[in-house]
Write a protein that binds this ligand. Structure first.
Ligand code: GTP
Ligand code: MG
Length: 452
């Protein structure tokens, strides 16, 4: 077990709440706690995994709060070190004063992600699990949160371990064959070897390709609301949010900036972006609004193209065509609006989504449609919520495996194949943290918030 200096931080959000939790971890943390905490027993004599009630004092003996102290002894704690977690009342002042008292007594402020970093360094979890901690905290969708939980419980770790084992086995065979090179013994058929390498390459690529779905599960499914001025875009945003967020008016060009809001539909997180209406405009503010809209639409997974049905069924065809050309990766879906004005909804084409934000017609169908699109987009996410770092390493591993396969098929010396296999293994090691350096750790833990 590695021993580190004592650190502390507020682990719950700052602000007003029923309770707050302050974490203290590292060498001497029990002694620091006993300087400030008065209960029936001392923290230093407390058994691991016990809770103690008492008073928390400042270093100048000012009573700050009545608290509970949760005691965990190394190595049976989150960080693997001695840990005390103080539960106090959730006031901004009291929680800050407790942190300051701990610092006055010898601890220091924890850096972002430092508790989890220690957990990794003390082998309580690997890097994929540490990243899952961040994902479960920041998850915006049920699916994202559940996938992060599975990753936290070691789902991704196990998959990578199986991959590593396969590659190690192949490396072992190749290196064994090298030992017998004089005798010209072939322990593994080169075609079979190439096939087995290809299997592992496919596995790496499949995982890397799930990055897009994982990103949707992590940050939400982005839906752009687009249309000519006055099509009813802001009215739709407000109707989906069930509150008046955007200004709606009969004057075309009402929305100048874009408006981004998140809604939850059947467990899926859907990020809605209301944009400035598309038109040739001489107004510089509006032109800027349209330019911003274009930038945002590049990141959208789906674009709803709103068509004011009172202007005719085909009114937005030109816009639809240019959107298709400009955003080939996004799916553009037409939606007719203001069905109530044409009175008899039977005039509206049946195979196209149609709504009225005034009467509510078609809104349930549109919500179901969005939920199903968002949920389908994340269907493939199982127990690994692949992030950009992991996707890059998986692609690099796949490249090395492609080289290894070529070397095997070309009948090159085993040494060459083995080098590429080792290279792939190193990349996989970087994903789990079996191979690490400060840059890797900074990239992973730098994104965390304080107290995690
Ligand atoms: N009758 C009826 N009027 C609607 C409906 N949806 C929007 N409107 C009206 O259409 C006008 C424009 O609505 P907005 O939601 O501001 O349209 P927009 O597309 O955001 O317009 P810009 O931001 O100017 O591009 C307003 O007067 C709305 O009240 C609808 O379903 N039925
Ligand atoms: Mg608008």
């Amino acid at each position: 077990m590695l021993l580190f200096d004592p650190i502390c931080a507020l682990a719950t959000p700052p602000g007003v709440a029923g309770l707050a939790i302050i974490r203290l971890s590292g060498t001497d943390c029990f002694a620091i706690a006993d300087n400030l905490f008065r209960g029936k027993t001392t923290i230093a004599s407390a058994k691991s995994h016990t809770i103690h009630y008492g008073t928390f004092h400042s270093t100048s003996a000012q009573a700050l709060d009545q608290v509970t102290a949760f005691v965990y002894r190394a190595p049976h704690s989150y960080t693997g070190e001695d840990v005390v977690e103080f539960g106090c009342h959730g006031g901004r002042i009291v929680s800050e004063e407790i942190v300051e008292a701990l610092i006055a007594a010898g601890a220091r402020h924890a850096e972002p992600g430092e508790f989890t970093k220690r957990a990794f360094l003390n082998q309580k979890m690997d890097l994929t699990q540490a990243e899952a901690v961040g994902d479960i905290i920041h998850a915006v969708s049920t699916q994202g949160s559940h996938a992060a939980a599975r990753q936290l419980m070691g789902g991704f770790t196990r998959r990578l371990a199986a991959l590593r084992e396969k590659l190690m086995e192949l490396c072992g065979l190749l290196e064994l064959e090298l030992d017998f090179s004089q005798e010209d013994i072939e322990l593994i058929d080169k075609r079979l070897l190439a096939e087995r390498i290809e299997e592992t390459r496919g596995f790496c690529l499949e995982l890397a390709n799930s990055y897009r779905s994982a990103e949707i599960a992590r940050s939400g499914y982005s839906v752009g609301i687009v249309g000519y001025p006055n099509a009813g875009k802001s009215s739709l945003l407000n109707a989906l949010l069930e509150r008046k967020r955007a200004i709606v008016s009969a004057t075309p060009g009402t929305t100048r900036d874009y408006i981004e809001e998140m809604i939850h539909l059947e467990g899926a997180a859907v990020r809605l972006v209301d944009t400035a209406g598309f038109r040739e405009s001489g107004d510089m503010v509006e032109v800027e609004g349209i330019r911003l809209a274009v930038e945002l639409l590049e990141q959208c997974h789906l674009i709803l193209v709103l068509n004011d049905i009172t202007e005719g069924e085909d009114h937005s065809i030109g816009l639809m065509t240019s959107l298709h050309a400009q955003f080939p990766d996004a799916e553009c879906v037409p939606v007719n609006t203001k069905l109530d004005i044409i009175g008899n909804a039977t005039f509206a084409p049946k195979n196209v989504l149609g709504i009225s934000t005034t009467s509510g017609a078609g809104m349930a169908e549109l919500k179901r449609f969005l939920a199903s699109k968002a949920n389908t987009a994340t269907e493939t996410v199982s127990d690994a919520l692949i992030n950009a770092r992991q996707a890059l390493l998986l692609r690099q591993a796949a490249e090395s495996l492609a080289k290894a396969r070529e070397a095997a098929l070309a009948g090159e010396s085993n040494e060459f194949t083995a080098i590429d296999l080792r290279d792939a293994l190193k990349r996989i090691g970087e994903i789990t943290g079996a191979v690490w350096n400060d840059d890797i750790l900074n990239a992973v833990f730098g994104k965390f918030c304080i107290g995690k």
